[in-house]
Design a protein around this ligand. Structure first.
Ligand code: NDP
Length: 434
């Protein structure tokens, strides 16, 4: 705490991982001897930089940029960029720390990192967003590369922003280095299914949890928070598997649509028109209500998929969900449930999939995009989706088996933390004290 003052989310993420590792260190003292945990908590490199840009009125604006390169024992640093006014070092470090274990869990050769800026894209014109991205990349370009660090999107960074970032990288380096960024458009080095991957992957993971309990999505009422990239594609996949998503949200409130959220309409409104949840409710007429105030977790459901942002589901929300009969929670977002909420789910026997396992499909498909870039190939949608489903099944099984092995059957948090830790810790031991 003294070493990293006021980085609250980072402390929360570290505490959550370390609380699972007691039995591992007891069984493998070599990790403690080589100070693996202490080294894991210290990023290999952190870059903080000025991002100056000119708005449409000709005024100079200033933001702060970050890239935290946390651990590259398993491969080049890999993790998204977040553009949101709440971004500061504590958020970037929590995300980068989680990313180490998530990436290890995928079984793919990728290290962990994260970056972003306190830039707020909301209300900005296309031209302003492009100028911001160009200025951000002007500095970031010195620190990334196919074999060094490969950023992708996150909150506020979708295909449009990745395009402007990639364009500026190409211009600065005079290289068409496709493997430097993932989440690219299909015509310029992107992969099928990357856009869908995080949301689809979360639903595939929860589907495996349901199977383990002898259940399916069929007929289940599902609530998905958020209405961005992860939420939209989670909604789409739940519907394909026979469940009904009856509510989603944004930072203005939530929408309840008892017949099932129309994922195509939501996509149109959010991605093409750049509209809000209330525009969706208006377009659905009497079928949907837009609610401001309260919380989306008041809507009774069987399954909850928090897919907006960190700490969006607190202890009171968890009590409401349990009281209303919710039996499975899958985190589409990173660390959306507070420690109090997780304890309540655990006490009530609710199946709980932590983000670092459940939302790993996004980064796994980014690694598939890197594979396609490296071999100058592009795979079909069906083939890529099948790979994603296999990867999510393998992550599920790895978490479940590891939890069993270390004496916490059914505890996906322990399983994910321990399995991710062991893979990265073994690589760190092999590489020596670096
Ligand atoms: P988007 O920017 O596409 O969407 C984010 C959604 O969450 C929006 O509906 C947004 O509402 C809402 N939201 C964001 N911040 C807040 C807040 N502080 N309070 C309330 N609502 C908020 O982001 P993604 O869908 O890509 O990311 C969502 C989550 O998933 C994040 O935790 C991210 O780290 C995680 N994730 C994303 C991956 C990806 O591949 N994109 C991969 C793995 C994890 P509004 O528009 O009103 O701000």
């Amino acid at each position: 705490l003294r070493r990293n003052p006021a980085e609250l989310e980072f402390h929360q993420a570290v505490r959550e991982v370390l609380s699972s590792l007691g039995p591992v260190v007891a069984k493998h003292p070599e990790y403690a001897d080589a100070a693996v945990i202490r080294r894991l908590c210290e990023p290999e490199r952190q870059v903080i930089f000025r991002v100056p840009w000119v708005d449409d009125a000709g005024q100079v604006q200033l933001n702060r940029g970050f890239r935290v390169q946390f651990n590259s024992a398993l491969g080049p640093f890999k993790g998204g960029l977040r553009f949101h006014p709440s971004v500061y070092l504590g958020i970037v470090k929590f995300l980068g720390f989680e990313q180490i274990f998530k990436n290890a869990l995928t079984g793919m050769p990728i290290g962990g990192g994260k970056g972003g800026s306190d830039f707020d894209p909301k209300g900005r014109s296309e031209a302003e967003i492009m100028r911001f991205c160009q200025s951000f990349m002007t500095e970031l370009s010195r620190h990334i590369g196919e074999y060094v660090d490969v950023p992708a999107g996150d909150i506020g960074v979708g295909r449009r922003e990745i395009g402007y970032l990639f364009g500026q990288y190409k211009r600065l380096t005079n290289r068409y280095e496709s493997g430097v960024l993932t989440g690219k458009g299909l015509a310029w080095g992107g992969s099928q299914v990357r856009q869908e991957a995080t949301g689809y992957g979360t639903v595939f993971f929860v589907n495996e949890m349901l199977k383990a309990r002898g259940e399916t999505f069929d007929g289940k009422r599902v609530v998905v928070s958020g209405s961005g990239n992860v939420a939209i594609h989670a909604i789409e996949k739940v519907h394909q598997l026979g469940g009904t998503v009856i509510a989603c949200s944004d930072s203005d409130g939530y929408v309840v649509d008892e017949k099932g959220i129309d994922a195509e309409l939501l996509k149109q409104i959010k991605e093409v028109r750049r509209g809000r949840g209330r525009d969706y409710a208006e377009a659905r007429g009497s079928m949907a209500d837009h609610v401001t105030g309260g919380t989306i977790w008041d809507v009774p459901c069987d399954i909850a998929l928090p897919s907006a942002t960190q700490n969006e589901l607190n202890g009171a929300d968890a009590l409401t969900l349990v009281k209303n009969g919710c039996r499975v929670v899958g985190e589409g977002a990173n660390m959306p449930s507070t420690p109090e909420a997780i304890k309540i789910f655990d006490d009530a026997g609710v199946g709980f999939a932590p983000g670092k396992a459940a939302n790993a499909g996004g980064v796994a498909t980014s690694a598939l995009e890197m594979q396609q870039n490296a071999s100058r190939d592009s795979w079909s949608f069906d083939h890529t989706e099948q790979r994603l489903e296999e990867i999510m099944r393998a992550i599920h099984d790895r978490c479940a088996e590891t939890a069993d092995e270390y004496g916490s059957p059914g505890n996906y948090i322990a399983g994910a933390n321990i399995a991710g830790f062991i893979r990265v810790a073994d690589a760190m031991l092999a590489l020596g004290i670096i």
